[in-house]
Ligand binder design. Structure first.
Ligand SMILES: *[C@@H]1O[C@H](CO)[C@@H](O)[C@H](O)[C@H]1NC(C)=O
Ligand SMILES: *[C@@H]1O[C@H](CO)[C@@H](O)[C@H](O)[C@H]1NC(C)=O
Ligand SMILES: *[C@@H]1O[C@H](CO)[C@@H](O)[C@H](O)[C@H]1NC(C)=O
Ligand SMILES: *[C@@H]1O[C@H](CO)[C@@H](O)[C@H](O)[C@H]1NC(C)=O
Ligand SMILES: *[C@@H]1O[C@H](CO)[C@@H](O)[C@H](O)[C@H]1NC(C)=O
Length: 279
């Protein structure tokens, strides 16, 4: 599995850690896909900030899963104020969203205990907090994950990016800025795509964010059988099997997350083949 980076824009984040971890080849399961932390700052460990951060994370873990998978909030005052949000992939059940949020929180605290600004990406959720207000500010810096030698066949390649470009243009108009789509590539089967934006940004910025990911990674992902992109403001997934859960009733409260079906999590540890950082 390779990871590619582009433009860590906006806030300067000195420390950047990319994690390669267990990834399923077929069945979708939750995997840790990345972590980004600001430099160690000892004042992070002071009581007041810690209390605010704990309250913030407790609230996100509690509210995110029961708020259709997205919640943002802030705690504390002045220098100790902290802002945070959690966004689960749009097809997640409340249970999966809760588990993922808990895992992301634990990951942030264990890997970056002295950072005031942390972003944690899992396949199923995204957690971000910062002492600086970031709500509503779209950021294009992203990571692409793919298998650099898993080339798709020419017909699928000729359709894939165009298909995802369509999703990038329509997902921003969906109620939750989340959309799935299926592409028929004849003898090669089907390709499944998902595009999603963090709900704190505008629909216009959502489109800009998704387009920017496709443009930046065009040559990296365009001829691959599968890929995923993760940024602070938007995310995309593209696979040759249906990795997302069926959603029965989009946009209706409660029942829209009827989703659990038996699943096997086949964790296949994939060594990171290469790491390319393009700024
Ligand atoms: C931060 O804390 C570490 C360990 O307690 C200490 O070694 C370091 O000097 C401190 N840095 C600053 C800038 O105070
Ligand atoms: C959440 O995690 C717990 C403990 O790992 C597990 O037993 C439970 O099945 C998970 N829930 C969902 C919905 O995945
Ligand atoms: C957030 O913390 C960083 C250091 O960790 C500091 O440079 C910055 O000024 C802080 N921002 C605010 C709004 O306090
Ligand atoms: C990447 O794809 C190639 C070609 O399909 C495959 O042989 C290889 O096992 C894959 N690598 C990983 C790490 O999954
Ligand atoms: C989702 O629903 C479609 C159509 O009903 C079905 O063919 C497919 O197997 C389902 N997929 C999953 C992952 O549940």
């Amino acid at each position: 599995m390779d990871m590619f980076h582009f433009g860590i824009v906006g806030a300067l984040l000195p420390a950047l850690i990319l994690l390669s971890s267990s990834r399923p080849c077929r069945a979708d399961s939750n995997a840790n896909t990345g972590l980004q932390c600001s430099g160690a700052d000892n004042s992070t460990t002071e009581n007041e900030f810690q209390t605010n951060l704990k309250n913030l994370l407790d609230t996100l873990v509690l509210k995110g899963p029961v708020s259709d998978g997205f919640y943002k909030t802030e705690t504390g005052k002045k220098a100790n104020k902290v802002y945070g949000l959690v966004q689960c992939r749009g097809d997640m059940s409340a249970g999966n969203c809760a588990n993922c949020t808990k895992d992301a929180t634990a990951e942030a605290l264990s890997k970056c205990p002295k950072s005031k600004e942390v972003s944690v990406w899992f396949t199923w959720c995204f957690l971000r907090y910062s002492n600086d207000s970031f709500f509503g500010i779209m950021e294009q810096g992203s990571v692409a994950i793919t298998n650099d030698t898993d080339f798709d066949d020419p017909y699928a390649i000729s359709k894939g990016l165009f298909f995802m470009g369509g999703l990038a243009s329509t997902a921003p108009n969906q109620p939750r800025m989340f959309q799935t789509a299926v592409l028929d590539v004849g003898q090669s089967g089907k390709r499944y795509g998902v595009a999603q934006c963090s709900l704190d940004i505008s629909r216009g910025d959502c489109g800009v964010c998704l387009d920017a990911q496709l443009a930046s990674f065009r040559t990296t992902i365009g001829n691959k059988r599968w890929w995923e992109t993760y940024g602070p403001s938007c995310f995309m997934w593209y696979h040759d099997y249906q990795f997302y859960f069926n959603i029965s009733m989009p946009a209706s409260e409660g029942s829209r997350r009827a989703s659990s079906y038996g699943r096997v999590s086949i964790g296949v540890t994939i060594a990171m083949l290469a790491l390319l950082v393009v700024v």
